[in-house]
Design a protein around this ligand. Structure first.
Ligand code: E4P
Length: 214
């Protein structure tokens, strides 16, 4: 299972990457806007920190514009993955990039049928948004399971990149249901380390060690 960090914050990326289990990065226009940086500059800086897939999203809404923007983003670094919205134009651009061997991540996926279209057009990743479905009263994780079953039925190689993950329970459920990749905010990654018994156990070991040294 791949772990990506879902942020544009370079300090968060550096810290999480130093822990050893982070494989890549996803960004989106909202996350880039938070940094106040130009997207190309930011993606270049990220590519100097992380040796793994880095998703950079196009802003254009028409296929021609998406293709031009994506081809430009792809020149930044070999690890750049072009993030395209799940729209008709996004699918045209996805097919174009698949044909050229450029990696893609189809984003804003909220149904199994949308994921199926992206897989048929050769997307490298498809990003179902779990938390945003939870927000509107659906069980977002069910979508990950549906897509897993469909991709297994037909042997699609498109990776399921579970997105919009909000808490540690989401990460465990993604792993249990078979998501290939989870993109996770920094705070949630940090929370994965914690268990109260790990802390109290370590405190006890250290206290006993200190006593034995007296
Ligand atoms: C995925 O690539 C998106 O950047 C992200 O996971 C969206 O998460 P949000 O719903 O918390 O904004």
């Amino acid at each position: 299972m791949e772990f990506f960090i879902d942020t544009g914050d370079l300090n968060e990326i550096k810290t999480a990457y130093s822990w050893g289990f982070v494989d890549g990065v996803t960004t989106n226009p909202s996350l880039v806007a938070k940094t106040g940086k130009n997207q190309k500059e930011l993606i270049k800086e990220i590519s100097q920190i992380v040796d793994g897939p880095i998703s950079a999203e196009v802003i254009a809404l028409d296929a021609k514009g998406m293709i031009a923007e994506g081809e430009d983003l792809a020149t930044i670094h070999k690890n750049v993955v072009i993030k395209l919205p799940m729209t008709k134009d996004g699918m045209i651009a996805c097919k174009h990039f698949s044909g050229k061997g450029i990696k893609t991540n189809v984003t804003l996926v909220f149904s199994a049928n949308q994921a199926l279209l992206a897989a048929k057009n050769g997307a490298t990743y498809v990003s179902p948004f779990v938390g945003r479905l939870d927000d509107v009263g659906q069980t977002g994780m069910d979508l990950i399971g549906e897509i897993r079953q469909i991709f297994n039925n037909y042997g699609f190689e498109t990776k399921i990149l579970a997105a919009s993950l909000r808490h540690s329970q989401h990460i465990k459920e993604c792993a249990m249901v078979g998501a290939d990749t989870a993109t996770i905010p920094f705070k949630v990654i940090e929370g994965l380390f914690n268990h109260p018994l790990t802390k109290s156990g370590l405190d006890q070991f250290m206290a006993d060690h200190a006593k034995s040294q007296k």
